[in-house]
Write a protein that binds this ligand. Structure first.
Ligand SMILES: [Fe+2]
Length: 317
């Protein structure tokens, strides 16, 4: 393909439209998963992932990290799905005002109270692919310094979805919610940030619209090694990695959970510490100097590590 043809379909990576957004999530909070087997899911998230049950009833469970941040909400459902994501907005946010801004973009929202432990109030709406987004501004820790049995991640890092049209969803997250494009892989996979982390959401072109994978952050390589030993002990196969990615440059492993969903564990994700500087905090493993948002080629971007196994690749089916 010649340069003109390539350039013609290159997605935009350095747009300033996000600066116009009046609704601006700053941090990914927690993800809500529907599951047909709540007991099995609670077992996995406590014994393998190393989260703590903060509260539980017949149809729901809320799981916190060992430092007491809510990471995962489980709800009994017919089939495994990621139904909701929560994001923190600025502490002085006026939810009536945010609702008006969303409405001006054709997005209907509603305020809900006391639906989530530690979060008094959320403003809920659906994104264009049907995922419920819950914005919150005030929250409290659910206990602290818990002893955990499994891996014990630091936080929920990002959630990746298969979507029919990544450009359309990226436009919505940029224009309406102020997300910035951190990278594209060709025109089929976009990584977006709402804070310093290289990505909190990513959207991958697919035939269906559903969860592709979700990711939790670990502290360092020693923490990742301990997680690999635990997977070996529990006979949970690692289906990709350990590897260092190109886009985001995170070191990562992937495995499948009790509902056959792909969970990534990662550390050393690229950070955009200053939006005005426009480059990621320089690191020795970067491809470019400095490393700025860009469009990557489809193949050959991995810095080191093995290719994915078929059990990872079927996540795109
Ligand atoms: Fe990921």
């Amino acid at each position: 393909m010649n340069d003109v043809a390539t350039a013609a379909r290159m997605p935009e990576v350095r747009s300033d439209t996000w600066k116009q957004a009046k609704v601006r999530p700053r941090r990914l909070g927690h993800a809500t998963f529907e599951t047909p087997d709540l007991d099995k899911a609670v077992d996995y998230y406590t014994q393998v992932v190393g989260l703590v049950v903060a509260s539980r009833d017949k149809d729901r469970a809320f799981l916190a990290s060992r430092i007491g941040q809510l990471i995962v909400q489980l709800e009994r459902g017919d089939a495994p799905a990621c139904a909701k994501l929560s994001f923190e907005v600025a502490p002085d946010s006026d939810f009536n005002e945010l609702a008006r801004h969303l409405s001006a973009e054709g997005v209907q929202s509603e305020q809900r109270s006391d639906s989530v432990p530690g979060i008094a109030k959320v403003l809920a709406f659906k994104d264009p692919k049907g995922t419920t987004i819950e914005l919150f501004s005030q929250w409290s820790y659910l206990g602290k310094h818990h002893q955990v049995l499994g891996v014990g991640p630091l936080k929920l890092g990002h959630v990746a979805f298969l979507v029919h049209d990544p450009q359309k969803i990226a436009d919505f997250y940029g224009r309406v919610l102020g997300f910035r494009v951190s990278d594209w892989i060709e025109d089929y996979f976009v990584f977006m940030r709402c804070g310093p982390d290289h990505h909190s959401v990513n959207f991958l072109q697919g035939k269906s619209q559903k969860l592709h994978h979700f990711a939790m952050e670990l502290k360092d390589m020693a923490h990742m090694q301990a997680s690999c030993e635990l997977f070996a002990n529990r006979k949970i196969p690692i289906i990709w990695g350990p590897l260092r990615h190109g886009p985001g440059h995170n070191v990562a492993t992937y495995h499948r959970n009790q509902d056959d969903q792909v969970l990534e564990l990662f550390f050393e994700l690229d950070l955009m510490k200053d939006e005005d500087l426009g480059y990621f905090e320089p690191r020795p493993w970067h491809h470019d100097t400095p490393q700025r948002p860009k469009v990557w080629p489809r193949n050959g971007t991995t810095v080191w590590g093995p290719p994915p196994l078929p059990d990872f690749l079927r996540a795109r089916d």
